[in-house]
Design a protein around this ligand. Sequence first.
Ligand code: PMT
Length: 232
Amino acid sequence: GRDHDLAGLRIMVTAGGTREPIDPVRYLGNRSSGRQGVAIAAAAADRGAKVVLFAANVDAAVLAEVQDRAAVRVVPVSTTAELERASRAAAAGAEVVIMAAAVADYRVAEVAERKIRKEDGAGRAPVLELVENPDILAGLVEERRPGQVIVGFAAETVENEAELRERGLRKLARKGADLLAVNAVSWSEGFESGENTLHVLARDGRPETVATGTKRAVADALLDAIRDTLDS
Ligand code: PMT
């Protein structure tokens, strides 16, 4: 049963999408609504865990799902650098780390201090130079405390399920997480919607599990896999 099966655990969850500023009024971002990560935080709290939720640009309407849960502390963040700083500190005090946020791989090399104005471009479109962001998940894996379970996500645009699994397995090996929750994303799947299909891959060779349903339902299936990993 799931009733209070996560009692006593401290779980860190990231949700939403980081934004990288271009100038004071513009940013580079992605379509993550935060719904999947927020559903994980809600499910974990309902099962007895204490949760810190780093919410990257998540709308209040989405956060409403956890607002009345005393066991969830919501910390808003925006950029990848902010998320990295906050999650490093919090991961040190968590038995489980779940990285559901869509993190920008690149940021703008030089953020303009004032709004970039069309009139200043002399008829030429601006060119943005990007630099790589740190991989937060890889950093947390490096600093992993004994017994800590680290769960990565993988959002993949694929042709079919075989390709999804293959890309997932490669990412699992590369990232060093204990579990990898793989979902297909496209113009109409994964992001924003109320439903999802999650393939949960384990590094310890435990068989893959697949869950389809509401983001809350797949969140509970993911937490089952985490509980089984902690128990083993
Ligand atoms: O928010 P919703 O609208 O509900 O949509 C949910 C979702 C599709 C965003 C979510 O289920 C999901 O797949 N989240 C991860 C998206 C992602 O960034 O995947 P990725 O394959 O690019 O990254 C792999 C993993 O590395 C992720 O755990 C990510 O948090 C982490 N990462 C990535 C880049 C980076 N610089 N640092 C990281 O830690």
